[in-house]
Design a binder for this molecule. Sequence first.
Ligand SMILES: NC(=O)c1ccc[n+]([C@@H]2O[C@H](COP(=O)([O-])OP(=O)(O)OC[C@H]3O[C@@H](n4cnc5c(N)ncnc54)[C@H](O)[C@@H]3O)[C@@H](O)[C@H]2O)c1
Length: 104
Amino acid sequence: MATEAQEYMNGLRPGPLTREIPECMRDKYTIIQTVLDVLTFLMLAIGHVIQGIYKSIVGVPKKDLQGSIALVTGGGGGLGSLIALRLARLGCVIVLWDINERGQ
Ligand SMILES: NC(=O)c1ccc[n+]([C@@H]2O[C@H](COP(=O)([O-])OP(=O)(O)OC[C@H]3O[C@@H](n4cnc5c(N)ncnc54)[C@H](O)[C@@H]3O)[C@@H](O)[C@H]2O)c1
């Protein structure tokens, strides 16, 4: 009796369809499945590349942060304080969180 581990060791992916496919068809199924996987990967990759190019040319609509509340951890200095200043300029209510009470 073939277990899933044995099927996997023979080069077959364990999956819901593997057991339903006759033994004589399993090689073909594996090849077809691999081709489909590669095609799916290529289509998704090309889709993401096209999407990235489109967004870099057309741009992405920016979210309006006016009146939003922003909690900035480590906002007493460094990048946190810069982020807090940027968010404040965009109209956010800033809550600063830092272990350094004095800040910089
Ligand atoms: N500066 C860079 O180029 C850079 C690049 C990549 C990632 N980072 C990461 O971004 C973060 C901030 O970098 P930075 O350069 O602004 O560092 P920083 O040391 O200048 O500022 C960190 C701030 O966080 C505060 N802080 C530390 N522990 C805290 C805690 N437990 N709770 C609340 N506040 C705390 C500190 O008091 C300080 O004000 C770090 O995690 C750093 O590793 C920085």
